[in-house]
Write a protein that binds this ligand. Sequence first.
Ligand SMILES: [Zn+2]
Length: 526
Amino acid sequence: MSDTSSTNGRRIIVFDTTLRDGEQSPGATLTADEKLVVADALVELGVDVMEAGFPAASPGDFEAVRSIATRVKGCTVAGLARANKNDIERAAMAVKPAESPRIHTFIATSDIHLEYKLKKTRPEVLEIVTNMVGLAKSFTSDVEFSAEDATRSDWDYLVQVFSAAVAAGATTLNVPDTVGYTTPLEYAALIEYLNAHVVGSENVVFSVHCHDDLGLATANTLAAVAAGAGQVEVTMNAIGERAGNTSLEEVVMALDTRGQQFGGCHTGIVKNRLVPTSRLVSQLTGLVVAPNKAIIGANAFAHEAGIHQDGMLKNPDTYEIMKPTDVGWEGTRLVIGKHSGRAGFRNALEQTGIRLDDEQFAVAYQRFTELADRKKTVTAADLIALVEDQLEAEISTFHLVRWSASIGTGDQASASVVVRKGDQEVAGDGVGNGGIDALLEAIDSAIGIPCELEEYHVEAVTPGEDAQGLVRLRVRSGGNLYTGTGLATDVVEASARAYLAALSKVVNGQTTGEIPGPVSSVSRWS
Ligand SMILES: [Zn+2]
């Protein structure tokens, strides 16, 4: 029920930072392969700029940005850099293979950051801006400059800083509300002020980047667009530092649904890719979307109250301002089964935006038919879980060959397991209180890597008693933390797969990179 003919107003640039700011959400670390999967989905979603990461942060980040820059077509790829020589050179090298590379450099401008974090004076920072934006410009014509903590900075100093950045070659000026402090009216006034006073503002794009510490990120972003901002920095599912970033889906659908309120401003986002992309990001980051989240929450288009159901049955516009299918909710549930065959399975994968090479497809199809034998209906969520588990298993060192467990009232449970490592098989036995505990003990005796179970979560991939169980766990070994996920219709088996995936990372040194807190090993089944 859009109130706009969407081509009248300005075309707003969508700068997605799910793979940079989004991935900075605690616990959301993505492997390089997972980042590529997300990058593909963002291209299909139609983002204009993709901030792929922070190349100077780590060799892994550098490689991830570079492989995304090499692969992505039809979208600008940006690398983030602090305003220093090393960061900018690393970013330049990482985005170099891109069809359209951008260097995004930043330095703080608020007095609180200058005094406590940078320990620099305003004139010193001004000089750094000129030199480092100039350096970035020597590598790419597309340079974005951000004044970190801009919304708590002095406005006239900001004018100086941005004018210097434009003079040094910046083409996009980003005005971050780094700590989620501003309000819609104040932010709009700041954008108007900068537009009016920055020297050369007519030749650059003003960009906005908001955090949700007061729950105002989307409102602030939209107010800034109405005030003249031409680029919005957003993340899928609003993930990001602390309380998160501005939500891509909310800004896109607010402009699409209430365009007249924003002078007909519109984006190039493919709306019906919103829900599939949201699901993918949630699945890969492990950050679950709240059911009441706007547009992409499971309940966003669910109507419980009888009166609502009555209205809906008479005319959906009574209680819906958008059509669920417009944003990618399946009108009908995606139902595939053992009679679907390869074609049906391939179609279902494409519908969920998953691409596999022939070898991967063959393995996935095998697992799908096994699942379809055990489960009445297989949903899109099942497919994503299945493929994610397969990708994890591909890089796994340990593979579950077979297992058994016997449990009974009062007795200690016992289990035995056979695990394959390369072409070698090892067996183990274990006892414990409960099948899972006994089986993990059996794996310990088979593999013998000392570790502590730090966290254990199990969730059903879909509703229903025949649901696949998805286990996520974290183990601590040698002072580091390692995560593992495992999938099976039997939660005991899913736990074993997750445990083996985590132990594989111990062997491959793939830590989560987090500093573990005090030892609080989960007594497996208190
Ligand atoms: Zn941010």
